[in-house]
Design a binder for this molecule. Structure first.
Ligand SMILES: O=P(O)(O)O[C@H]1O[C@H](CO)[C@@H](O)[C@H]1O
Ligand SMILES: O=c1cc[nH]c(=O)[nH]1
Length: 238
């Protein structure tokens, strides 16, 4: 048992799907895993382990924002031996090339979070990036299954509501979408030498003002979930 995860070592698989929403974690576990067991409900941040096509896999809620994700990511790595994490999240489309419900693979993570400066000190602008093998594998898996995906830079915003940021400038520089965790996940993956990939579904669009309901964010991302699970079992190391 770690401070925020009520599991014993061995309860959590070495590969984990990590949505922000704990109820999306429950939906994934109950819809896609065989024999799912809830190993933690500490703070209602639900975590489950089951099997997918015969392979042991876990799904752990991570909350919203880098500080929350960093707690679950760090404990999963250090206390439970997790070595591969797929963030399965919602995002706001920024680029006009991105449409509602598009699936995006996060190639890199830009952020206005202080985590980069806190880690490296002033003057160093580290670029957190996805694990290339997982990125390539997810892309090939999507193509093989006729799933359209976009690949690119994701902006992890420190605040969901922020009218002071120049989002248009980020869009002009090629950022596809915004969410709140990817840069932190990729930074921690680099720190602890594990593999990580973010896979997102566009739930809002900053250009059009379109937005999905909370229920849709919880239970309607099946194409992204199947892609994540199929990529996960293709890349298991044990
Ligand atoms: O849908 P999830 O995975 O929570 O991800 C996105 O949704 C939350 C904001 O609504 C933030 O956590 C953001 O990153
Ligand atoms: O962080 C997020 C998540 C979904 N949509 C957004 O606009 N931002």
């Amino acid at each position: 048992m770690s401070t925020h995860i009520g599991a014993n070592r061995g309860d959590i698989a070495s590969t984990v799907l990590m949505p922000g929403d704990p109820l999306r974690a429950k939906y994934i576990a109950e819809t896609y895993l065989d024999n799912p067991v809830c190993y933690s409900s500490v703070r209602n941040m639900l975590g489950f382990t089951g099997t997918y096509k015969g392979h042991k896999i876990s799904v752990q809620g991570a909350g919203m924002g880098i500080p929350s994700l960093a707690i679950y990511t760090t404990e999963m790595i250090k206390e439970f031996g997790v070595d591969t994490i797929y963030r399965v999240g919602s995002c706001g489309g920024m680029s006009p090339d991105v449409k509602m419900r598009d699936i995006i693979l996060g190639q890199a993570g830009t952020t206005d979070s202080s985590i980069i400066a806190n880690t490296f000190g002033p003057g160093v602008y580290y670029s957190p990036i996805a694990d290339f093998e997982l990125l390539d594998s997810a892309y090939q898996t999507a193509k093989a299954n006729d799933v359209d995906v976009k690949v690119g830079n994701i902006f992890a915003a420190d605040r969901f509501y922020n009218d002071e940021l120049d989002m248009q400038k980020l869009t002009d520089y090629g950022v596809l979408a915004t969410e709140m965790e990817t840069a932190g996940l990729y930074l921690l993956a680099a720190k602890y030498h594990i593999r990580a990939l973010t896979i997102l579904t566009v739930s809002d669009h900053l250009q059009t003002g379109e937005s999905l309901s909370a229920k849709d964010r919880e239970t309607s991302f099946d194409e992204m979930i199947r892609l994540s699970l199929d990529t996960a079992i293709a890349n298991m190391q044990d």
